[in-house]
Design a protein around this ligand. Structure first.
Ligand code: FAD
Length: 376
């Protein structure tokens, strides 16, 4: 019996750790297209506030992880195809690898929009430690940063960069920040908190072109305004990486389609983490992948176990105005009830019969998280 995991992000490594808690001997192979560093990805968007250099975020390199996990780890190795019938896969540098059980933990990739202009290619995105290291070098001398995408990751980077003394402009078509996750009252509270530390907003509009300027860059917006910047960051969202799954013929929708056992449409192939769509839900956060890793480790070592998600609050790392949001499951019917708290906003998502299904807390109201989770 051998288990092969594609990906050494938080999903791949969490699964390997959970497997080792149950079985210290089963042959385990991890394959990754990157350098295989183990690090908490959420730390990328508040490293400046934490006073951390990129290398201080890394907890272990691939060789250390291989030793700790009693595993073989192939780094800088891309899996190009999987043959489900033969239970084997092809890689670009390590030849053919056979498996009994295969897990795709291929993560998500930043969505890139095709902007016009002679500097469109200079727009950065940050979704891993290598990109973050390059970003840190670029922002060293930067005074003005334009961030396209006022969502969760855009707002977290904006807060981090503003506290470190840079002038930030957040740009996007949304009416208020993090509008896909937060009700308006919570989003507006966040917007005020970030404005208070100097962040500027260009909402309800989009960047149309990006050009070199005499000093740095100039972004021309659809509303006619121009934004000057030394560095530009794209944070318009992530898309599950389903490329390999598609080549393999696995069923995909937004992510790789799985059941509650994280099993894909082909026998002995599973998916976990940002790339997976578990019974219709793609949940690109740490807690769902941890819960999934625990269940999948049991399944792969002989005890089939369904993933059962509890309420999973997401803490948004915007210390200028802290936020905790526990989204209601997708497609749930209900409405927001807004209660103004002294220093913040308390938003409760309830069904027609008054059942609490989710919440968003901002400012000092975040202290009510534990009580609300209990109530849910
Ligand atoms: P990834 O980390 O993307 O790993 C994918 C792996 O697959 C990589 O090793 C890659 O090399 C490999 N791979 C892909 N294709 C192939 C192939 N064909 N062959 C070989 N290898 C391949 N979540 C929270 O819950 N809280 C937070 O505060 C938070 N903050 C975040 C801040 C930032 C800046 C970002 C970007 C994300 C944040 N998230 C947060 C989300 C969270 O970090 C992710 O959900 C999680 O890290 C995803 O892990 P993953 O292993 O699924 O994917």
């Amino acid at each position: 019996m051998s288990i092969v995991i594609i990906g050494t992000g938080m999903a791949g490594y969490s699964l390997a750790r959970e497997i080792r808690k149950i079985d210290s001997e089963v042959p385990l192979v991890l394959i990754t297209a990157d350098n295989g560093y183990a690090y908490p990805k959420p730390a990328l968007s508040n490293a400046l506030i934490q006073g951390k250099q990129p290398e201080q975020i890394i907890s272990a390199d691939a060789a250390t992880m291989a030793e700790r996990l009693n595993a073989v780890i192939h780094t800088h190795t891309r899996v190009t195809t999987v043959d489900g019938d033969a239970h084997s896969l092809e890689t670009d540098t390590a030849g053919t690898v056979h498996y009994d059980k295969l897990v795709l933990a291929t993560g998500a990739r930043p969505i890139r929009l095709p902007f016009k202009g002679d500097a469109a290619d200079d727009l950065l995105s940050v979704n891993d430690i290598e990109e973050y290291t390059q970003f840190r070098t670029k922002i060293e001398k930067a005074e003005r940063v334009a961030i396209i995408g006022p969502g969760l990751i855009g707002c977290e980077f904006a807060n981090d960069l503003a506290v470190s003394g840079r002038a930030i402009t957040l740009i996007g078509p949304d009416p208020y920040p993090i509008s896909t996750l937060l009700p308006e009252a919570a989003g507006k509270a966040l917007q005020q908190g970030l404005s208070d530390i100097g962040i500027k907003w260009q909402l309800g509009t989009v960047a149309e072109s990006i050009n070199h300027a005499e000093n740095g860059y100039e972004l021309t917006l659809a509303n006619g305004d121009k934004v000057q910047a030394d560095v530009m960051l794209s944070a318009i969202g992530l898309k599950p990486d389903v490329k390999l799954a598609e080549v393999t013929g696995l069923k995909t929708e937004r992510g790789i389609v799985t059941d509650r056992f994280l099993a894909t449409s082909q026998p002995d192939i599973y998916a976990l983490g940002d790339c997976a769509e578990v019974e219709g839900q793609n949940l690109p956060f740490v807690m769902p992948l941890m819960i999934g890793a625990r269940a999948l480790a049991k399944t792969l070592t002989g005890t089939p176990s369904e993933v059962v998600y509890p309420a999973m609050p997401v803490t948004i790392k915007t210390p200028a105005h802290p936020i905790v949001v526990a989204p209601a499951p997708r497609g749930t019917e209900g409405g927001w009830e807004i209660e103004a708290a002294t220093q913040g906003t308390k938003c409760l998502f309830k069904s027609a019969d008054g059942t609490l299904l989710g919440f968003a807390l901002t400012g000092e109201a975040v202290e009510e998280k534990a009580a609300l989770l209990k109530a849910m």
